[in-house]
Design a protein around this ligand. Structure first.
Ligand SMILES: Cc1cc2nc3c(=O)[nH]c(=O)nc-3n(C[C@H](O)[C@H](O)[C@H](O)COP(=O)(O)OP(=O)(O)OC[C@H]3O[C@@H](n4cnc5c(N)ncnc54)[C@H](O)[C@@H]3O)c2cc1C
Ligand code: SF4
Length: 483
């Protein structure tokens, strides 16, 4: 390895500092790339190519994992990329943020045998990041253009995956979103340290290059109703996600500095994107120097605690009413949070929020819990232990108890849209179809809060179903015309 590769660049006196810094960065990238290539091939080589690929079965988009691992091990990266992109619209995003321990990697046969999983997600990310660098990732180019247009409500992963698939078939696609950026929770929910925003932005750009039209700052239900969109388009896909935060009921909840998780994370993401966020700048949604208590045990709670650590919080505690084994969040995320210094208070829930004369939170009084008998779903119910309390000093509390759908029929201005008793859109799952003619749905809005990879799967399935629906309609019209 040369001195140059080790990062010792000989900088001539006349070389401007900027150029020297750029040279150092390029050297670092070069070393990193060669190391990453070696590591990816070494890991891919560990795949036993077993006859029953449980990894593939447990991947929601059924990626052909053993195939692209073999191609990576053989150094055939472009083919590996093509195999991986054939089943997944955003493999580099899934490689970064799928909870692999619950999906592909958790079911790897080598992991089951106790030898540690093949790092499938990291390899998937490596393959597609390399494909971007080398210019192999191209905008969808349809073989023929079609006259029908499709409206998609929601520019999250479900809407975007559907948009790409429908463009491949040649449809005109317009995506409406109430936000000012494309990506949904990929941009404003998931923190930058898990998913860097340029990774999402380059996908949005690629879709625009493929001919997808984006109408941003366009809230369906306010600027146009769903019924009005149905008149403009041959079919409509609703992929609006779930955004109504579940709330804590406890004395003192009205104190200031008790904030919903998504407000906190969105402010942090907007700030890192360079937006001016008044509530971040005035300190309301910034954890720097504060004692932070996060309430909840899912992935959103883990994102909050880890964001607070990065913002320079004085202390960060996570309060969860069940134990570690019963946490809904990824075990890996908990481990990362612990390594970063987050304290976990298992089997505890807030009993009251205490405040000062100015109405600001000063502490959380917590109640100890034990897990009682299982309910109808099989989960043990949390039971308060009488007289067991403790107090956690806090000057910022973050509620991360999960999300429910908003009132969709009212919100979208279409009262006839049927929903389930949980408020999600009622679906004929075989066709991804709602009760309204030519209206389809997918992603969190039909599943409840779920995962990016499931949203991608739904977007792909909905696009295939929309295509079948329109082809059948065209065939029926041709048959009538021929009579
Ligand atoms: C904090 C947080 C962290 C997460 N971390 C992970 C993770 O690490 N890994 C993982 O797999 N999953 C994670 N998830 C879950 C994942 O983000 C979601 O499952 C996924 O984004 C759902 O995709 P979607 O397209 O259905 O909805 P969304 O991503 O929510 O996108 C919906 C879009 O619809 C738009 N919209 C809503 N209503 C309207 C309207 N009336 N008019 C126009 N536009 C509208 C919204 O603005 C939004 O852009 C996380 C979720 C949160 C909240
Ligand atoms: S999409 Fe997710 S579950 Fe599937 S192989 Fe990639 S990381 Fe694993």
């Amino acid at each position: 390895m040369t001195a140059k590769m080790l990062g010792f660049v000989t900088v001539g006196r006349q070389m401007p500092e900027k150029r020297a810094a750029e040279a150092r960065r390029q050297d670092f990238d070069e070393i990193f790339r060669s190391y990453a290539a070696e590591r990816a091939a070494e890991q891919a080589n560990r795949c036993s190519q077993c006859g029953v690929p449980f990894c593939l079965v447990h991947c929601p988009v059924h990626n052909n994992i053993p195939d692209w691992l073999k191609l990576t091990a053989e150094g055939r990266l472009e083919e590996a990329y093509e195999a991986s992109a054939a089943t997944n619209n955003f493999p580099e995003i899934c490689g970064r943020i799928c909870p692999q321990d619950r999906l592909c990697e958790g079911n790897c046969v080598i992991e089951q045998a106790g030898h540690g999983t093949v790092t499938i997600g990291a390899i998937e990310k490596y393959i597609t990041d390399t494909a971007w660098e080398r210019g192999w990732v191209k905008p969808a180019r349809p073989k023929r253009e079609r006259t029908e247009s499709i409206g998609i409500v929601g520019a999250g992963p479900a809407g975007l995956a559907a948009a790409e698939e429908l463009r491949r078939h040649g449809y005109k696609v317009t995506v409406y979103d109430r936000y000012d950026r494309v990506g949904g929770l990929l941009v404003y929910g998931i923190p930058n340290f898990k998913l860097e925003k340029p990774v999402v932005e380059r996908r949005a750009k690629l879709l625009a290059e493929a001919g997808v039209r984006f109408k941003l700052n366009f809230e369906v239900g306010r600027k146009a109703t769903l019924d009005e969109l149905r008149e403009r388009h041959a079919a409509v896909l609703v992929a609006t996600g779930v955004y109504r935060a579940r709330e804590i009921q406890a004395p003192g909840i009205g104190l200031s500095n008790i904030v919903p998780a998504l407000d906190y994370l969105t402010a942090s993401n907007r700030h890192s994107l360079g937006d001016r966020v008044a509530e971040f700048e005035d300190g309301t949604l910034d954890a720097a120097g504060r004692r932070v208590v996060v309430i909840g045990g899912g992935d959103t709670a883990m994102d909050c605690v880890r964001t607070a650590v990065r913002q320079g919080a004085r202390s960060v505690t996570c309060l969860y009413r069940r134990d570690r084994a019963n946490m809904p969040g990824s075990a890996r995320e908990v481990q990362h949070a612990e390594e970063e210094g987050v304290e976990f208070q298992w089997l505890a829930q807030p009993e009251a929020f205490l405040g000062d004369e100015a109405g600001r939170i000063t502490a959380v009084r917590a109640q100890r819990i034990h897990l009682g008998i299982a309910d109808a779903t099989g989960r043990q119910t949390p039971q308060p232990i009488a007289g067991a309390h403790f107090v956690l000093p806090a000057d910022l509390a973050i509620e991360a108890l999960g999300f429910d759908p908003e009132d969709l029929p009212a919100g979208l201005g279409t009262p006839a849209l049927e929903v389930t008793r949980w408020g999600t859109i009622k679906l004929d799952w075989r066709r991804m179809a709602t009760n309204l003619e030519a209206v389809f749905a997918g992603g969190d809005v039909v599943r409840g809060a779920s995962l990016v990879v499931w949203a991608i799967r739904d977007g792909r399935d909905a696009a295939a179903s929309i295509h079948r629906h329109l082809m059948a309609k065209t065939a029926a019209a041709a048959a009538v015309a021929a009579e």
